[in-house]
Design a protein around this ligand. Sequence first.
Ligand code: SF4
Ligand code: SF4
Ligand code: SF4
Length: 350
Amino acid sequence: MKNLNRRDFLKTAALGAAAATLGTKSAKASEKLLSEDRLGVLVDTSVCVGCRHCEWACRLAHNMPSPALDYYSNPTVLKEFRRPDKTALTVVNEFENDKNPNLPIHVKIQCMHCDHPACVSACIVGALTKNEDGSVVWDDGKCIGCRYCMVACQFQIPTYDYDVSIDPHIRKCDFCTERRKEGQLPACVNICPNEALVFGKRSEILRIAKNRTKRKPDIYINHIYGESEIGGTSWVYIAGKDFNELKMPPLGKNPAPGISEAIQHGIFAYFVPPVTLYALLGTIMWVTKRRNESADKDKHDHHSDSHDHHSDSGRDPYRTSGHNTYRDSGHNTYRDSGLSTDKDTKGDNL
Ligand code: SF4
Ligand code: SF4
Ligand code: SF4
């Protein structure tokens, strides 16, 4: 039998589990149909080097405009704390490392694919769904742009196309559902040169996380973020620093749909008539439209004013890089080229 290294083993096991769970019927979180085999990703912040290749791969996998890969090595971007937005479904932030100032801590953030997602509870038209495989996905066709999911999410993840007047959308990480259906890893996991992201069954990545934190207490604090926060998340984190200091919100163990269920219960429990609901949503959409028109106008004015400046600057950081060949471009070769880093501890601590 062919020998598998640990990475191949995890990959094979994970893809097998993915094949087994994808395509099964989806279930609302509130129906508690969480599969024992649901998937997740372990983010090991002590291994992440902040290369931001995951940001690049994520954009390309979702046909989003992206600068060329070399743009992502610009360290000044890491000076400011960022959140995912409509241009990036995932971002990496940098934090000081008290134990070793020369090795800052990097934390990739994206949708956590909560086991009891408040965004799903909040959505009054069922545009967001928790799938048995652990992913939380949304349906553009159903979304009415009310943005309750944005209010409900404790991680401030869903973003909205504020500057798109016609057919704006909610956006967030979709756990690369389409790629996984084709037997591929999530793009960010696949590209990560340092194995900071481990994809697999949630139970398996938790086992790995526990093993690492137990074996290396000098590197990791004894806390797996996402193991139990708000009832558990599919993406879990380990780190050498308190998660509050890494801007991960301090959350209790209970699922907290909070405002989301209050919205739905308020509407349905108190028999708000549909006409009132539609009037409310109509008002939200009217206000949104007005805001969009105003934003468009401001943008247009600003663009006219600064047109010469942009022309002179010579660089549009969001130019389309033509990397749409990514999926077919043999990027495994790239991944296997082995970026050497100061933090290269990959594979030694499963
Ligand atoms: S992180 Fe936010 S958007 Fe993602 S599943 Fe949880 S509640 Fe929903
Ligand atoms: S799983 Fe896919 S959509 Fe989510 S952050 Fe990674 S590449 Fe982006
Ligand atoms: S690709 Fe991997 S090492 Fe690079 S920033 Fe993303 S998670 Fe960190």
